[in-house]
Design a protein. Structure first.
Ligand code: HEM
Ligand SMILES: [Cu+2]
Lengths: 619, 192
């Protein structure tokens, strides 16, 4: 071993025998088989019958994930060095290969996250299309069994929440942009993000393949004791979510430390970009609530494996609901806070005016974060006494005040400006409009008397999609158009961009506003069959949903095309003052050959001149 | 604005850079521990929801007590290891960390024993929270033992360069965190 340390062979001279992803797959397979056989043949009294048991598949899954992570590069990058063995082989690769291995470049990691998230979005989107197809008829016609429909709902919701909602703006845009925005060349802990991103495909595939173990009818919330009545697919729900939340937890630690400790000279607290503020508050929510839900899911897992009676015994079946929603409500702000921050980040550039009432925007996101921990039981109004409902109703309605501050900041920024309608600003306006509808319909849900009527109807489905798709997904797409030149040095076609925006706006608002209607008319959630008088509305919703699905695909193809062969643009086409635009557009290049110094606020568009300079080495 | 490509940047003095690095690492470590404490809090919560303050009279006080004492001593040896490495004494660090590892392993293995042999019904509300809480402590301890092992091996191979000491200290501090958490859970399971 000692000889290894003294080796001074240049790293690139050693070759990796296998591409990391291939090696990861092989090691994962071996890990699974070894542990599964150990469990089902050696330790199981009924040796090998069946080959896959509940406990063998769970432990085998863990072995597979460890094998996968080691294989994609954790062995050389993390395990060996932490034992003091300085290994010689390079797993990070060069050129395009960097995207298929652990990478210490935060921009490569950001793109890996974005690609994985997009993959999750379209897998879960496909599930949504199947659901809408089924709901075009009031009878079972597409799925042979109701449980299959419900499993599809669960897969859709779970993958959307944990691999898109929680991930795209944080793991994706956060990793890519935050170090550049605060003037750093790397994140605080490059290895942490480089490994965490590889948990995302694991999680998505685990959930997507959950039907291999049987159906689960609980939806994305995994409700107990319902879950214990199902076949075993719920196991892959717990495990997949475990992988995905672990990924987000690690990213959050890294991003928080990056923002707190890696800022360049002059990037003082009152100059921290709004998007960084968004990442900061979201990361704090993640650091508290993701371990909470992980532990809860471990208990659910043990309920099934051991089995223990945690959430199933008489008198304890509300415990799971409490534990789930303690995390669950902060989760919805984990999804939407980065979007609010992005509005405030992008708008000043578009209108060329300083950000209006910046402090109030910061106060807004901080108070949304704080209040989000006090409202969880508004998901359980049907199970509470009136006296218990009151405080939760109150706090829920209070949250609209700090949320309103974000609106105030953006509208104040646009006010009396020379607002330029571009594809990103159009999408942000659409997002603000849609999120407003989501928020205002939420006020109805926050009122217990009304909510008792609306609970578990499609009204609720309309409400939360307006907040999530309307708030987060529209903003995500806006951000992709906005930073396209940053990603690729190229830009989009404005006509196609506007077409794409209007396309999804029509599809989305058509489908989901009708859901309010169909919900009030009596359409329940989680049902593949319904009274036939609801069919016309459901057909209309489905048609709009297909339009929406095609619209998302259109935007994806357009962005993809623009990155590869869109018109080339200058380095800073929006004339933004933010630091990320000072760097090269090639993601494989280093951000700042020389550390920049921030000399004024990055939103000070009322004064000429740059916000940051690259100091001359001489002075 | 002129972008200068040069290697002769005026960099902050090395000790300033180290100072920043230390703040970053320890700051993130605090955040990490904050997150890691959540599952323990959750288990305390769940136990009070499920079993209130009930402790069965048949609970085996001796096993718990021995384990708690070992855990306490292991925290002290970890602390001694940290002090040693701050003074640059790698061999004392390794000895103390070795002791911590032995004590940690014994107390963690005793948890396996607690799983196997427990004088109350596993399906009772006390039983289920007992087994899962002990399980949480055991799994977290394993992560700590792995960290200690890696850190000890690293100290042996790489010595006590100033930039490495931070990592060595963190391993010890992580174990102390786990030990304190285990002691809190011990009190909760056997006395509260
Ligand atoms: C392509 C557009 C989408 C369509 C057409 C769509 C449609 C649906 C439908 C029909 C349901 C089932 C409602 C029920 O029976 O309860 C549903 C549930 C859900 N959707 Fe979507 N959805 C879309 C996009 C999204 C996105 C982008 C997210 C989040 C990022 C999301 C998150 C959820 C969640 C969390 C559920 C609840 C699942 C459950 O009840 O367990 N959806 N969606
Ligand atoms: Cu909520």
């Amino acid at each position: 071993m000692a000889s290894v340390i003294t080796e001074t062979v240049p790293q690139q001279s050693r070759r990796q025998p296998l591409p990391p992803v291939v090696r990861g797959l092989i090691w994962a397979t071996i890990g699974f088989l070894v542990v599964n056989v150990l469990m089902s043949y050696v330790l199981d009294p009924l040796a090998g019958h069946p080959f896959i048991t509940n406990s063998s598949v769970v432990l085998g899954w863990f072995a597979a994930v460890v094998g996968w992570l080691l294989g994609v590069g954790a062995w050389e990058e993390i395990v060996l060095p932490s034992f003091g063995i300085l290994d010689r082989s390079v797993v990070t690769g060069t050129g395009w290969r960097q995207y298929f291995a652990m990478s210490l470049n935060h921009k490569v990691v950001g793109i890996q996250y974005l690609v994985a998230s997009t993959g999750g979005f379209f897998i879960a989107g496909l599930a949504a299309m199947l659901m809408r197809l089924e709901l075009m008829s009031p009878t079972m016609w597409l799925f042979p069994y109701p449980g299959q429909y419900l499993t599809t709902v669960g897969i859709h919701g779970t993958i959307m929440m944990f691999s898109v909602g929680t991930v795209a703006l944080v793991g994706g845009l956060g990793n890519y942009l935050i170090p550049q925005m605060i003037g750093s060349n790397r994140s605080a802990f490059p290895k942490v993000s480089s490994i965490s991103v590889w948990l995302v495909p694991v999680g998505i595939l685990t959930v997507a393949f959950s039907p291999l173990l049987g159906q689960w009818t609980t939806g994305w919330r995994g409700y107990e004791p319902l879950a214990q009545n199902d076949a075993n697919g719920i196991l892959f729900y717990y495990l997949g979510v475990f992988a995905l939340t672990m990924s987000s937890f690690l990213v959050s630690l890294n991003l928080t430390a990056t923002i707190l400790f890696k800022r360049t000279k002059g990037m003082t607290w009152n100059r921290i970009p709004m998007f960084a503020w968004g990442m900061l508050v979201v990361s704090l929510l993640n650091i508290i609530w993701l371990p909470e839900i992980q532990m809860t899911f471990v208990l659910g897992l043990l309920d099934r494996l051991v089995p223990l009676p945690f959430f199933t015994a008489v008198g304890s079946n509300l415990t799971y609901l409490e534990l789930f929603w303690l995390f669950g409500h902060p989760e919805v702000y984990i999804v939407v806070l980065p979007a609010l921050a992005l509005w405030m980040e992008i708008m000043p550039v578009m209108v060329r005016k300083p950000l209006f009432a910046r402090e109030w925007g910061v106060i807004g996101v901080i108070f949304v974060m704080l209040l989000s921990g006090f409202v969880w039981a508004h998901h359980m109004f049907t199970n509470m006494t009136y006296a218990e409902e009151l405080p939760f109703s109150f706090f829920t309605e209070m949250i609209s005040i700090p949320t309103g501050l974000a609106y105030m900041v953006v509208i104040g920024t646009i006010w009396k400006s020379n607002f330029k309608l571009t594809v990103p600003s159009l999408l942000i306006l659409m997002s603000m409009f849609n999120f407003l509808i989501g928020g205002m319909t939420g006020v109805f849900n926050a009122d217990p008397v009304v909510d008792l009527q609306l609970h578990d109807t499609f009204w609720v489905v309309g409400h939360f999609h307006f907040t999530i798709i309307g708030g987060m997904v529209f903003t995500w797409i806006a951000a992709m158009y906005y930073w396209l030149p940053k990603f690729s040095g190229r830009t989009y076609n404005p006509k196609l961009g506007v077409l794409g925006a209007i396309w999804i706006f029509i599809g989305f608002d058509g489908a989901f506003s009708l859901m309010f209607l169909v919900g009030m008319e009596g359409m329940n959630r989680w049902v593949p069959v319904y009274p036939s008088y609801l069919q016309p509305l459901n057909i209309a919703i489905s048609i709009f949903a297909f339009i929406l699905g095609a619209g998302f695909l259109f935007n994806l193809l357009h962005i993809w095309w623009a990155m590869k062969s869109g018109p080339k643009v200058e380095a800073n086409p929006w004339k933004s003052k933010s630091l990320e635009w000072m760097t090269e557009s090639n993601p494989l290049a280093e951000n700042f050959p020389v550390e920049p110094v921030v000399i004024s606020g990055t939103y000070d568009y009322d004064v000429d001149g740059v916000a940051a300079i690259i100091p001359n080495p001489a002075g | 604005m002129e972008v200068v490509h040069s290697n002769q940047v005026v960099r902050p003095a090395a000790h300033v850079e180290q100072e920043l690095e230390t703040r970053k690492v320890f700051g993130a470590f605090v955040l990490f521990l904050f997150g890691m404490s959540v599952p323990y809090f959750l288990m305390i919560n769940v136990r009070f929801i499920m079993a209130a303050g009930f402790v069965p009279s048949s609970a085996d006080q001796t096993t718990g007590a021995i384990q708690a004492v070992l855990t306490l001593i292991s925290a002290l040896t970890a602390w001694a290891a940290i002090r040693a490495i701050r003074g640059g004494n790698t061999s004392a660090y390794r000895v103390n960390l070795g002791l911590t590892l032995v004590l940690g392993w014994v107390s963690t293995l005793m948890m396996a024993w607690e799983w196997w042999y427990h004088p109350f019904d596993a399906m009772s509300h006390y039983g289920e929270t007992f087994l899962t809480t002990v399980g949480l402590v055991a799994v977290m301890n394993l992560s700590g033992l792995l960290t200690l092992w890696a850190s000890r091996a690293r100290a042996k191979r790489l010595g006590s360069d100033q930039t490495l000491v931070r990592g060595y200290r963190l391993a010890g501090m992580y174990w102390i965190f786990l030990a304190v958490a285990a002691l809190v859970m011990y009190i909760e399971l056997y006395f509260a």
